[in-house]
Design a protein around this ligand. Structure first.
Ligand code: 5GP
Length: 355
């Protein structure tokens, strides 16, 4: 098998995927069509505005404008239902066996409450798990640009699901994301503390852009279960030895999003990505897409890009799949089952990669 085919065949685990950023071109076109029928041609973005084609880049700030457009296009419960269904089916078609999807609960006056938004997402997750070979779990995203009060309402919703009979098995934690240039993570520490007390797992976007004080405070608080990006943590990539030591000692996995970082310009080239430095340290690293729609990628392509750029032998590629299993927010019993099935599949692939 050639490398790309091999990466497609790998039993993959996706742990860092934002729902709205994962919309494929086909889904964006569907949403545009619905808006066109409602509003006519005026003021509609064309689909090229919302994805990044091969070879094109967009700054992080520009990406946040794109998210704004995507939110506008998916501002009805019907749209939320469709996007959730499409995204799960696309991950399943890419041979993703386990998906931790994250999304920001949205309150749009007159259209949906945060609870209606999440109920809709969860209902689709439940039904898609019945029809596809994929297990899905949800992280509720706290958007750091929306303020602490908003974060508390998201936390309250996550707590509600944790004790609900209907969805407690599907909601596993919180994500903290949003524009890293807006607000301060320090303000969110009480929210994270409370979340942790309630048994919620925490994935936090950290050091996505240089911000030493924030990194220091969040690491000192000792609350984070996985780090999103961690671009400016390692002293070789603009971080400090102290940060490196804490993250290494606690073995906090890093969610690695190669295309996202390079296309949004926080990392210059894939070759210069911090993946290489952390891999040298044998640190737990998880290959993820971040926003497969906005960055025009798939998880298979991210594995391919990683394996090709860093000349990974088959054993290391397979090990990335297993590291991802260990970093999931599943309970131990579920993890044991997933590990076993992934290991069996990896065994059946062994030796089939033509290097
Ligand atoms: P949603 O939560 O609406 O399903 O997904 C889109 C949202 O995810 C964005 O508005 C943003 O808050 C967050 N997001 C997506 N990609 C990134 C990223 O690369 N960095 C950060 N910090 N946030 C992101």
């Amino acid at each position: 098998m050639d490398l790309l085919t091999y990466c497609k065949r790998l039993p993959k685990i996706e742990l860092h995927a934002h729902l709205t950023g994962s919309l494929s071109d086909a889904t964006v076109l569907q949403l545009l069509e619905v808006k066109r029928e409602q509003l006519g041609e005026h003021h509609l973005p064309d689909s090229a505005e919302v994805t990044i084609r091969q070879g094109h880049n967009r700054s992080l700030e520009e990406c946040f404008k794109v998210f704004g457009i995507l939110h506008y296009l998916s501002d009805s419960l019907e749209a939320v239902e469709n996007i959730t269904r499409n995204v799960i089916q696309e991950f399943a078609a890419d041979n993703v066996w386990y998906l931790e999807l994250r999304t920001t609960p949205k309150h749009i006056p007159g259209k949906m409450t945060k609870k209606q938004y999440m109920d809709t997402v969860l209902k689709v997750v439940r039904s898609e798990m019945e029809h596809n070979k994929i297990t899905v779990r949800l992280l509720l995203s706290v958007d750091r640009s929306r303020g602490v009060e908003d974060a508390h309402t998201t936390l309250a919703l996550a707590k509600h699901y944790r004790v609900s009979t209907e969805y407690k098995d599907l909601v596993c934690g919180l994500d903290v994301s949003g524009n890293p240039h807006v607000g301060s993570l320090l303000d969110y520490i009480p929210v994270l503390e409370e979340a942790k007390k309630c048994g919620l797992k925490l994935a936090v976007h950290l050091a996505e852009v240089p911000n030493e004080d924030e990194v220091q405070a969040i690491l000192n608080a000792g609350l984070v279960d996985r780090i999103g990006h961690g671009t400016f943590l390692h002293p070789g990539s603009g971080g400090t030895q102290d940060h490196l030591t804490v993250v290494r000692n606690k073995l906090i996995p890093l969610e690695i999003c190669l295309s996202s970082n390079v296309k949004s310009g926080t990392v210059k080239t894939v070759e210069q990505h911090h993946f290489a430095r952390w891999k040298e340290l044998k640190h737990p690293l998880i290959i993820c897409t971040d926003d497969k729609g906005v960055f025009c990628t798939t998880l298979s392509e991210e594995y391919y890009l990683c394996a090709k750029t860093f000349s990974l032998p088959e054993e290391d590629i397979q090990d990335l799949c297993l590291q991802a299993v260990e970093a999931t927010f599943m309970n131990q019993k579920e993890k044991t089952i997933l590990r076993q099935t992934v290991q069996n599949e990896l065994k059946s692939l062994q030796g089939k990669l033509l290097m």
